[in-house]
Design a protein around this ligand. Structure first.
Ligand code: TXA
Ligand code: MG
Length: 326
């Protein structure tokens, strides 16, 4: 299949037509690129799982344009959903609620809940406006790093999907924060740029801890979203330098991803700056993993701690870590 790629209203309109016709389309969001299909068309949604090679027990997020569209897909709208919407949406927050019968089982992998998100990227908003609710996971091949540029999508899914709407580089660069609103206390299932501290200004929240039950957050049991080369998170400068030197001694090429202010600590070793603050690091991490896997045998990521958004960034770095098992 020929995969078209382009930007602007013409390609958004083409995307909406394809989605209404039961096809899949990759589109930009402010977090990462998504691979979308009509959320109410089971056969169309099945094509998403096929193109990605995604396990069928991992549910998809439904992307909406307006709060009122929720009425059509959830059992009832929790008051908290409205409050969180007002505080953070449109934007990088996914809320889990009880679904109704309008959402087919394939979207939620048989769960009685659905994840809902209102992306802020103008191209995503326009696409949803023209096509209706879109079910979409990230537009990467299953278990690979999420795409933050149209070219990343082309590398993973080119030839398998009819269209990629190019919206440039994603502003945020890591996937949305997921909060489950179905329990007694709202629970963060996936941390993101909207941090626990930010959510706590609106409501009490817990992080999900303990054993991961399939029914709770299926995506949590798929640990590797890693680059095609070896990837390791190093605890400190010395251990990273040692791993780098060992790798080079074996005639392998290694690259270190470190914060701007620590790059100089690695001397003559090859190093890319992740940026100076959380926002920059989130924005660059996946793009550098995509770039690094093409040129290096080993990517070493500096441990950036767990303060605020760095907690979310390190959550993704740990998922990218494969210790060479790929
Ligand atoms: O930023 C994002 O959220 C991006 C963009 C494209 O919107 N999407 C994204 O989708 O990251 P995906 O499929 O790669 O990750 C969605 C995660 C998965 O881990 C899935 O298991 C979880 O959300 N999820 C979806 N529906 C759920 C539900 N009803 N209950 C628990 N977890 C759910
Ligand atoms: Mg994903």
């Amino acid at each position: 299949m020929l995969t078209k790629i382009g930007s602007g209203q013409e390609y958004i309109a083409m995307g909406a037509e394809l989605i209404k016709a039961g096809e899949v389309v990759a589109f930009p969001t402010e977090t990462v690129y998504g691979l979308g299909a009509d959320a109410q068309n089971s056969a169309a949604v099945a094509k998403i799982f096929e193109a990605k090679g995604r396990p069928s027990d991992n549910p998809l997020i439904v992307h909406l344009n307006e709060f009122a569209q929720l009425n059509a897909i959830v059992e009832s709208i929790p008051k908290l959903a409205y409050e969180l919407y007002n505080a953070f949406c449109p934007g990088p927050l996914t809320m889990i609620m009880k679904k109704n019968a309008n959402i087919p089982d394939i979207v939620t992998a048989g769960l009685d809940t659905v994840g809902v998100r209102f992306p802020s990227h103008p191209a995503a908003r326009e696409l949803i406006k023209q096509s209706g609710p879109i079910a979409a996971p990230s537009a990467n091949a299953s278990k690979h790093v999420s795409p933050t540029k149209a070219s990343h999508v082309m590398e993973d899914l080119g030839g398998k999907i009819p269209l990629i709407i190019d919206g440039g580089s994603c502003d945020i660069g890591i996937e949305s924060t997921i909060i489950d609103l179905t329990g007694a206390i709202p629970t963060i299932l996936r941390p993101g740029i909207i941090t626990r501290e930010m959510l706590e200004k609106v409501c009490k929240v817990n992080y999900h801890t303990g054993e991961v039950r399939t029914a709770l957050a299926p995506g949590m049991k798929y640990v590797h979203y890693s680059p095609h080369c070896a990837c390791v998170v190093g605890d400190n400068t010395d251990s990273i330098a040692a791993l780098y030197d060992q790798s080079v001694a074996k005639n392998q090429k290694a690259i270190i991803l470190a914060k701007e202010d620590t790059v100089t600590l690695f001397g003559a070793r090859e190093c890319w700056s992740l940026g100076k603050d959380g926002k920059e690091v989130a924005n660059r991490l996946y793009a550098l993993l995509h770039e690094g896997e093409k040129k290096y045998d080993l990517i070493l990521i500096e441990n950036l701690g767990d303060d605020g958004v760095f907690y979310s960034i390190m959550n993704r770095a740990r998922k990218a870590e494969n210790r060479g098992s790929r």
